[in-house]
Design a protein around this ligand. Structure first.
Ligand SMILES: [Zn+2]
Length: 108
């Protein structure tokens, strides 16, 4: 029942030294503008009332904004409501009322 080892992993992300071959959806961190695989990022959405909501399962409908796990990025994220609003195509967002943040274990 032995299968020959494949030399090219199909499911593993291509995080080789080139850093270019990344599989799966890729999104950009709102703060540092670096690109990451979507699953590695923190996703946020906002409702029509502009209230930001953490989306740890990345399943909420609508546009999302993403922030990487960099400490400076998370802090900077909440200082950039204008950038968040633009990314979400909203007039304004309420970052202070962000729900679900405890799932990310961060405090703005
Ligand atoms: Zn970042």
């Amino acid at each position: 029942m032995l299968r020959p080892e494949r030399t090219v992993p199909e499911s593993l992300p291509g995080m080789g030294s080139s850093g270019k071959a990344v599989s799966g959806p890729v999104r950009m961190c709102l703060v540092c503008r670096r690109r990451f695989r979507k699953r590695e990022l923190l996703r946020f959405t906002a409702g029509e009332d502009g209230r930001l909501a953490a989306d740890p399962d990345q399943t909420l409908p609508g546009r999302g904004v993403y922030c990487c796990h960099g400490r400076g990025c998370l802090e900077g994220f909440f200082r950039r409501p204008g950038r968040i609003a633009r990314a979400l195509r909203l007039g304004a967002v309420d970052v202070s009322g962000c729900s679900g943040l405890e799932k990310y274990q961060v405090v703005p």
